[in-house]
Ligand binder design. Structure first.
Ligand code: RIB
Length: 322
């Protein structure tokens, strides 16, 4: 998007370089496993969310922090190349750009270790400098890879300006009630839902209990990802979106793709169930490629899958590969 344009979506969150190695299995402590593939890419839930939304056609601005190192500069250039406004990304002279080491096995299971670097130095002032962008946007998308007071400040500015707030509560932690009350839609995975609610999410029923807990605490709507599917709940409706059976290469970034697509659809005025269906397909597509960034789909890919859904809005079994 051009620098003088207003963003539809402002993302406040983490920016990392992801270093990924794929091998036959994940190492146990003390193990030394020989992998067969290495990938270095732009990552971080904030950056992935911003790129994910931009690929789906939204005008997007990112608020975050990278280091003064070469990696930070390269990531900013890459974000700009994806059409993301990075005018509100600060550069930190005392910390390196965030790094994530990710290991993926052949079944697509992964484990990650993160050095947040500049992400953890983000301040409320960084958010205040982006106040104009935040107030003009239709949707704020935030995650929890930057300090909580930063997320809170952004959420309260967005709320005061009448924007909608989508929160991806990752990585998992409990959250203060005043933050939850200000969120329109929250999208935890099973682990994050348990950290927030104490409910162990194993299936549709337990996902509903976690979602009900979040709604009681003031969240407008919840999409809880659980084994087998995602439960969408608001005061008006409940929807169950069964997992789409695809040959997954890597599930890393699937949540980022979901939240980005949800934010885009909500910014376009879609209802929560419609937005969740759109996001569910985007998230399924994101698992087909190795690495979070590579899998983020574009608009045509998501629309093509939606056009092939059955009348009930879900895939007839078995789900087609695409
Ligand atoms: O959600 C995936 C992202 O989480 C990766 O890109 C990694 O950087 C971590 O932040």
């Amino acid at each position: 998007m051009a620098a003088d344009e207003q963003a539809d979506i402002v993302v406040v969150g983490g920016i990392n370089t992801d270093f990924l190695v794929q091998g036959p299995r994940l190492p146990a402590p003390g193990d030394n496993v020989r992998g067969h593939l290495f990938l270095e890419s732009l990552g971080g839930k904030g950056a992935n969310g911003a790129v994910g939304a931009a690929r789906l056609g939204a005008r997007v601005a990112l608020v975050g922090r990278v280091g003064m190192d070469a990696r930070g500069l390269a990531l900013l250039e890459q974000l700009e190349g994806e059409g993301v406004d990075v005018g509100a990304v600060a550069r930190d002279s005392g910390e390196l750009t965030g790094v994530v080491l990710e290991m993926v096995d052949e079944a697509g299971r992964s484990q990650t270790l993160c050095a947040p670097g500049a992400n953890r130095c983000m301040t409320v002032e960084d958010v205040m400098r982006a106040e104009e962008r935040l107030s003009a946007a239709r949707v704020l998308l935030a995650q929890l890879e930057v300090p909580l007071e930063v997320v809170s400040a952004a959420v309260h500015i967005a709320r005061a300006a009448g924007s909608r707030v989508v929160l991806d509560p990752a990585p998992a932690m409990d959250l203060p009630e005043d933050l939850l009350e200000a969120v329109h839609v929250i999208r935890p995975n099973a682990r994050e839902a348990e950290a927030l609610t104490g409910v162990e999410v194993r299936d549709r029923d337990s996902a509903r209990r976690a979602a009900e807990n979040l709604l009681r605490r003031g969240v407008g709507g919840a999409v809880v990802a659980s084994p087998g599917g995602s439960l969408v709940l608001s005061s008006e409706e409940e929807l169950w979106l069964p997992d789409v059976a695809l040959e997954r290469a890597d599930t890393t970034g699937a949540g980022d793709a979901f939240c980005a697509a949800l934010a885009v659809a909500l910014a376009e005025g879609k209802s929560l169930p419609e937005a969740a269906r759109f996001a569910h397909e985007a998230s399924a597509l994101a698992t087909l490629r190795l690495g979070a960034l590579a899998g983020l789909p574009n608009r045509e890919q998501v629309e093509a899958r939606l056009a092939r859904l059955g009348p009930s809005g879900t895939w007839p079994e078995p789900a087609p590969h695409h």
